[in-house]
Design a protein around this ligand. Structure first.
Ligand code: HEM
Length: 386
């Protein structure tokens, strides 16, 4: 994977991830690979009528698939523009106001880049909104059967009985995709990377999955698909994902602005309009918060008598805290646990040696060079994609 070369399907138990289903992959990053597997698993679940929780964000929000899974996983302008916009937005956060405003005025540098990226995202969203409105007004069967966020909001009216504007619909959908799409897939990429360095954790997760599914046969087609109550019982996996998010939070810094004068509990005075940036990444690694072993990956710190114990949202800030706590937290855990357990049960995800793994400076903590992996089938016979 990542070499760009095409490999033929082999019957080796430990095949490179560019074999089989993935043989057309060019220079793919693991985020894309995991999203691919995620969507693959998702489609299976949807086909089997298991809609609860496990759905893909662009499909949930817009009711449309941007095409990220087309053969060869081509670069999709919408997805690329999304990622570029998050990178350019972070640059605005750390650039003095006078400078970024000048750049915006002259349409230069990161601001020009941001405007162009947003234009691509908007164009895609507006096109979907236009088509959806047409579908709904012509009463097409497909639209009446839809239950995505866009369809729901398009049918709704505001307090005055007026339909929501295209701009409002665009903002709802783009916001939802931004909040939920890359956050979960990025978290999974860091999780699998950490797991590779901590085989003992992987072993415990497998033990937990085995115990939970003991005595249960496969589903109708012979493949085991986890039930919601089984996913809920995966407490060690929950701890392992939380620990990954503590060290590698999908949103590494967050940013607020005081709407009125305020005073922090420690006496710090905030004037109206003051911007506050808090570093979730750093807070997850502070000895004063997490103790001497703050830099170690230890899912056990989340367990008490074998049960998962959640931490205060003001200590574990990966999902923010207070009134603006992530609305999708439970959904995110459910889908990450479902995907991680489904992959781990079938494959050992082996990270390519010497591949540089470093965070990228963006609103979402992508891996700068992606993650190159090999998927090794656990049953020793199957190859990815077969
Ligand atoms: C590992 C996955 C996720 C992480 C780490 C995460 C993290 C966060 C953080 C830090 C915020 C606060 C942003 C701010 O201060 O403005 C937030 C807000 C939000 N998240 Fe998530 N998120 C995740 C997944 C999801 C998913 C899957 C969804 C949707 C299904 C979602 C929906 C939202 C929404 C709607 C908000 C805005 C809440 C508000 O402002 O009232 N998130 N998330």
């Amino acid at each position: 994977m990542g070499s760009g070369k095409q490999t033929t399907v082999t019957d080796s138990p430990c095949a490179s991830a560019d074999a089989g289903l993935f043989r057309f992959l060019p220079d793919i990053q693991v985020i894309e690979l995991l999203m691919a597997i995620f969507i693959f698993v998702t489609i299976r679940c949807l086909r089997q009528g298991r809609r609860q929780g496990l759905v893909v964000l662009p499909v949930v929000a817009l009711g449309t698939d941007p095409g990220c899974l087309r053969p060869g996983l081509p670069e999709i302008p919408f997805a690329k523009a999304f990622e570029d916009a998050t990178q350019a937005t972070l640059i605005r956060f750390i650039t003095p106001t006078a400078i970024w405003k000048s750049l915006r005025y002259f349409d230069l540098g990161s601001e020009g880049w941001l405007r162009r990226s947003i234009a691509v995202v908007d164009e895609f969203a507006y096109e979907v909104i236009r088509t959806r409105r047409e579908e709904l007004s012509s009463g097409e069967q497909t639209s009446t059967a839809r239950s995505d966020l866009l369809t729901v909001f398009t049918k709704l009216r505001d307090e005055d009985g007026t339909p929501y504007s295209d701009k409002f619909l665009r903002d709802v959908c783009v916001n939802f995709i931004l909040a939920g799409r890359d956050t979960s897939s990025v978290a999974l990429a860091w999780f699998f990377w950490l797991l590779n360095r901590h085989p003992e954790v992987e072993k415990r997760i497998l033990g937990e999955i085995r115990k939970i599914t003991e005595g249960r046969g496969g589903d109708e087609d012979g493949e085991l698909v986890f039930k919601p109550e089984e996913v809920k019982r995966m407490e060690y996996l929950h701890a392992a994902l939380s620990e990954a998010l503590r060290l590698y939070p999908s949103v590494p810094v967050d940013h607020k602005e005081a709407v009125e004068d305020d005073v922090f509990p420690d006496g710090t005075v905030l004037k109206k309009g003051t911007k506050v940036i808090y570093a979730i990444f750093s807070m997850g690694r502070m000895e004063s918060i997490w103790g001497k072993d703050c830099r170690d990956y230890k899912p056990e710190r989340w367990l008490k008598d074998g049960r998962f114990m959640s931490e205060s949202a003001y200590k574990f800030t990966a999902f923010n805290g207070g009134p603006r706590l992530c609305l999708g937290k439970d959904f995110a855990y459910y889908q990450m646990k479902f995907v991680a357990a489904s992959i781990l049960r079938r494959y050992h995800v082996k990270v390519m040696e010497n591949h540089p793994v470093v965070p990228k400076l963006a609103l979402t903590m992508y891996m700068k060079y992606g993650l190159k992996v090999t998927l090794c089938a656990r049953d020793g016979t199957k190859v990815v994609g077969k």
